[in-house]
Design a protein around this ligand. Structure first.
Ligand SMILES: N[C@@H](CCC(=O)N[C@@H](CS)C(=O)NCC(=O)O)C(=O)O
Length: 217
């Protein structure tokens, strides 16, 4: 398998966690900014040019959630990231969508806005994104009161999403002390070996974080 990715990208880390959880071998096709050759390979595979993208036996698989679903189907390992029970799998997929849509999307909005020219900034959009993050943190805090992992007792696809999404969300719009269950969950994720490895591999790129990476994690 080949994974087109960058170690500092949250969606790439999401896929990497799944690969690391089951110790799956793959070739890392590094999307170095300015490396036209690998970028052209990516564009030929997926003109949308969002990553990660996985290539396996001639099949191209896009979207981090679908990559994880694909791995569960075609390269199953001891760690089952998608429950076999369809009802339990629905809960996992809901939480996966929650993290990407209501944590990662507003987080990226704030970061992307910060690198625009001052005259092109979207103040209302950024305020709405911050509001969404506060609402999402509050809802999640109630959910995580009773749970170790995002969908219950077992580490899943939803935790692969949550780990990088909450990691960068806290750097962008800090998770306040009024959300102790979210903070504790983020800490548990940081201690999970698969994510700890992804965080360590991304450490050399922290200077790329547009808002300035905090001196922690
Ligand atoms: N919906 C995609 C999102 C992927 C995504 O936004 N990736 C970012 C990196 S974290 C990216 O490709 N950025 C490059 C760009 O926007 O041109 C997924 O779930 O995989």
């Amino acid at each position: 398998m080949k994974l087109y990715a960058h170690p500092f990208s949250s969606y790439c880390q999401k896929a990497l966690i799944a690969l690391y959880e089951n110790d799956l071998p793959f070739e890392f096709r590094m999307l170095e900014p300015g490396d036209e050759h690998v970028m052209a390979e990516l564009e030929a595979l997926w003109p949308i040019k969002r990553f990660p993208v996985l290539v396996d036996e001639g099949r191209t698989v896009m979207e981090a959630s679908i990559i994880i679903e694909y791995l569960a189907l075609h390269h199953p390992g001891p760690v089952k990231l998608i429950p076999e029970d369809a009802r339990a799998a629905l809960d996992v997929r809901l939480m996966d969508r929650f993290f990407d849509n209501y944590i990662s999307t507003p987080q990226q909005k704030i970061v992307i806005d910060s690198i625009r020219k001052a005259e092109n900034r979207d103040r209302q959009g950024v305020a709405e994104a911050r509001n969404m993050l506060d609402t999402a943190y509050r809802w999640l805090d109630g959910v995580m009161k009773e749970r170790e992992w995002a969908a219950g007792d077992t580490f899943s696809l939803a935790d692969c999403a949550a780990a990088p999404d909450l990691f960068y969300a806290d750097w962008t719009h800090p998770i306040g002390e009024e959300f102790p269950n979210v903070r504790a969950y983020r800490q548990r994720l940081l201690e999970r070996p698969s994510f700890a490895r992804a965080v360590d591999e991304a450490r050399p790129y922290r200077h790329l974080f547009p808002l300035g990476a905090p001196d922690r994690d």
